[in-house]
Design a protein around this ligand. Structure first.
Ligand code: PLP
Length: 400
């Protein structure tokens, strides 16, 4: 089983939409697809524009850029593809180093390996569960002091809908001239409401931001991703690289090695509908999180981060289990499974994944703890109050 499945990746396969009635398993997180989605997809199909040439792609990009407050958005086939191109845009090449969050889904770091570059993994802080700014700053300062080369890029992931503490991260990177790529795949709809980045959306603080519309994300296109940037040249190059580096208006001229990474018009149609409903989805996730917080706060659980001025979406509502009389996270997962509640463990940190086990790690204990003790509870945007009540009762009965 992959980390992704453990984190709820393809809940749909085990629990087809509509199959989760009162008697069935309550799924971890399933897409919310309705009449608006059907409308756009049918329109795309009937127009004959089914591939990446079609009006919905540009419309989706424009509306997405507007929604997150970026100058440009370039749609991609997947979130992983968006990160791959994003790293190329920032000049990452073979043997370059990229500092990256250690506690994240493997899609964050695989593109570093595609380029033959080397990830250096940075542990999380307990306050946000995201990249620890103090560890990052200490490492960059140490390198400067020792005359060692800087990493080409710092890749900051905003996990589980929770914005990272970007102010000190930006300061450290600015001090040493290192570019930031934000992996905002899980944090569409999240941002900051106080401090220097007040009013900003995750993904718009670094030079490049990347999003995912995989089936389990807060908004889906079936599969898809987005690169956002305020830099005109980077946006143009992103478009070029994702379309096989095809030179426009010249017959089959490709001026460098490109990628077939564009989103299709059908997928963009789905995306347009989901984007129109994003506020509804974010409100639902926050409502679900508030209800869980209220109902679980007296139990021996650590609730998800709540940081003033960091406006999380609680994409996957996740808690940490305290050791209770020798019973831990796996015991509660087994209990919930018997109760037909689709809870899942959090990811194994990257330093514990076989392809990245040899990568240097700064810290690591916080990510290990999140994996050892963390689990996500059902939080589909259409979760009914009754089903959530059943989840809460199941969790409570474990500790009773
Ligand atoms: C989903 C995800 C990705 C990859 O996105 P895909 O669209 O599945 O390729 C990358 N990083 C994180 C943190 C993710 O959750």
């Amino acid at each position: 089983m992959t980390g992704r499945l453990e984190a709820g990746g393809d809940a749909r396969e085990a629990h087809a939409p509509g199959s989760h009635g009162a008697a069935g398993t309550i799924p971890l997180a399933v897409p919310n697809i309705g009449a608006l989605e059907r409308h756009y997809v049918v329109e795309a199909v009937e127009s004959g524009y089914v591939s990446s040439v079609g009006p919905f792609v540009a419309e989706f990009e424009d509306r997405f850029a507007h929604r997150v407050g970026a100058r440009h958005a370039v749609a991609c086939a997947t979130g992983t593809a968006a990160i791959h191109i994003g790293l190329i845009l920032l000049g990452v090449e073979r043997d370059d180093e990229v500092l990256c969050s250690d506690f994240t889904f493997v899609g964050s770091v695989n593109p570093i390996a595609y380029l033959g570059a080397r990830p250096v993994l940075v542990d999380s802080e307990t306050r946000t569960w995201n990249l620890d700014p103090a560890l990052l700053a200490a490492e960059l300062d140490r390198r400067a002091e020792a005359g060692e080369p800087m990493p080409k890029v710092v890749e900051v992931v905003h996990v589980l809908g929770q914005p990272a503490d970007v102010e000190p991260i930006v300061d450290a990177c600015d001090r040493h001239g290192v570019a930031i790529l934000e992996d905002a795949a899980e944090s569409l709809g999240a941002g900051w409401s106080t401090g220097r980045h007040a009013g900003r959306h995750t993904g718009t603080v670094g030079r490049i931001g990347c999003f995912s519309f995989n089936g389990n994300k807060i908004a889906t296109t079936g599969g898809g991703g987005m690169i956002v940037t305020d830099d005109d040249d980077l946006a143009e190059r992103a478009r070029h690289l994702t379309t096989q580096a095809k030179v426009p208006d010249v017959g089959y001229l490709h001026d460098e090695v490109g990628y077939n990474y564009r989103l299709t018009n059908i997928a963009a149609g789905l995306g347009l509908a989901q984007l129109e409903r994003l506020d509804e989805f974010v409100a639902a996730k926050r409502h679900i999180a508030a209800r869980y917080d209220e109902a679980l706060r007296d139990l021996p659980l650590e609730l998800p981060p709540r940081v003033d001025g960091f406006d999380a979406t609680y994409w996957l509502y996740s808690v940490m289990v305290s050791e209770a009389d020798g019973r831990g996270r796996d015991d509660i997962l087994a209990h919930l499974q018997r109760q037909r509640v689709g809870a899942r463990a959090l990811w194994r940190p990257l330093h514990a994944q076989p392809p990245f086990a040899g990568a240097p790690v700064l810290g690591g204990a916080v990510g290990d703890g999140l994996f050892a003790r963390g689990l996500s509870l059902p939080c589909s945007t259409d979760l009914t109050e009754r089903d959530q009540e059943r989840v809460i009762e199941s969790v409570r009965s474990f500790f009773a």
